[in-house]
Design a binder for this molecule. Structure first.
Ligand SMILES: [Zn+2]
Length: 409
């Protein structure tokens, strides 16, 4: 079926101002875009009069944790859930992200083995609603010493264990493997400088990823950790909060093949949280404050160096639930000096490049993943946090959320 959006202000995914125009979608794709005064003649198409609303690409969550159970609809205080409940939560969270305008999600790791592969297949088959999903596996952290047999494919040491793990992921249908290279202060205070892998393990990961056609996402905070992520050939590096100017230059040199995501949503939410007295978030808040101060300089430097910086902020904690993901855009404006259109581009066209799909732009030949927004997000990205402002949500040419009756002519 074809649909013609008319009387819409088009934000095309690039950091350029929105312009009045028309967009024709047919099948799963965008087939024509016309800017005023040019018009599209498509008498066969269903006409949707946006009445001045903004038409923009669906957003991309570049650091998704659908198995981090909490969402705006249901908060879980336990981090680890029984397998069945975890699967239910992940399925719900996929729908919650789509409800909030995220038509694509790149997983940054899961809490259950196999869940995301099943979920991505179910979404693809139209059995359950959700964003296009690059599925991941359990976040891998090695344990013990090399050669110590743990009997667990997820935490063995040494290059051979790494190769076995990558083969396991590929056979399962995982697309992106998450490697936790640095420790995490939020879980273990003072551990961000810890290094959990060797260069040999990372080289093995790189070779195996190439052999199996897998991508690698790396959790890395320091120069040494980012160096290891580069040895692994990581497609996306998260956090990197503590890196030096020399490492920024290394990332800049690789800017055409890698992406970076600060993951600031969880930090801002930790700073804002006022937990009940029995929950101590003291060191989490201290770590978040330290990282935000560092990233306030780091992110603008990486952006200036041409590195593709993406939104996505570790949503899924009770204090930072799935569904709040669009807050990241406002954080980019507030903390990193982004203009609204730059933040929107990070969430659309740049995220689309991470997905490796023709998504994130309104241009001929791209997939019709679109949002019709009541208002002007190129002036105020905060309006994207209100799902009621998304009057239509389209994924692959299918109206997941239909426009208001008044808009269908
Ligand atoms: Zn994460």
């Amino acid at each position: 079926m074809a649909a013609l959006f008319t009387n819409v202000s088009i934000f095309d995914g690039t950091p350029a101002p929105a312009r009045l125009g028309q967009v024709l979608i047919e099948g799963e794709s965008i087939v024509r875009v016309a800017y005023a005064p040019e018009t599209i003649d498509a008498p066969h198409a269903r006409l949707i009069d946006g009445q001045g609303a903004t038409l923009m690409p669906g957003m991309v969550e570049a650091h998704a944790h659908l198995t981090w159970a909490s969402s705006v609809e249901k908060i879980y205080h336990a981090f680890i859930l029984p397998p069945q409940e975890l699967e239910i939560a992940a399925t719900r969270n996929a729908r919650v992200l789509l409800d909030h305008g995220f038509t694509s999600a790149y997983s940054a790791g899961a809490l259950g083995d196999g869940i995301e592969v099943r979920l991505a297949a179910a979404i693809e088959a139209g059995q359950t609603p959700g964003p296009r999903l690059i599925p991941s596996t359990l976040e891998r952290s090695p344990e013990g010493a090399e050669g110590v047999e743990t009997g667990d494919v997820f935490n063995g040491r040494g290059p051979e264990a790494m190769r076995a793990f990558m083969a396991y992921c590929a056979a399962q249908g995982v697309r992106s493997v998450k490697l936790v290279i640095s420790g995490e202060d939020a879980l273990k205070p003072g551990s961000h400088g810890d290094i959990l892998y060797t260069a040999e393990e990372m080289a093995a990961a790189h070779a195996a990823a190439q052999e199996h056609g897998l991508w690698i996402a790396a959790h890395a905070y320091t120069d040494e950790a980012v160096d290891l992520a580069l040895i692994a050939g990581a497609r996306i590096i998260y956090h990197a909060s503590y890196i030096s100017a020399a490492t920024i230059a290394k990332l800049a040199a690789k800017r055409h093949v890698l992406f970076y995501g600060p993951g600031c949503g969880v930090s801002v939410a930790a700073l804002e949280a006022s937990p009940p007295p029995h929950i101590d978030m003291g060191h989490m808040k201290a770590s978040a404050a330290e990282r935000m101060a560092l990233e306030g300089k780091l992110v603008p430097a990486l952006k200036a160096a041409g590195v593709r910086v993406l939104v996505g902020g570790d949503y899924g904690f009770p204090f930072n639930p799935n569904g709040r993901n669009a807050r990241d855009l406002q954080h980019f404006v507030d903390y990193f000096g982004y203009t609204p259109v730059e933040a929107l581009a990070a969430a659309t066209s740049l995220g689309g490049e991470l997905m490796g799909l023709k998504v994130g732009r309104i241009a001929q030949g791209y997939l019709a993943d679109l949002l019709l927004v009541d208002g002007d997000p190129t002036d105020d990205v905060a309006i994207l946090q209100d799902k009621d402002r998304l009057t239509a949500i389209v994924k692959g040419g299918v109206f997941y959320k239909a426009p208001a009756a008044a808009e269908v002519v």
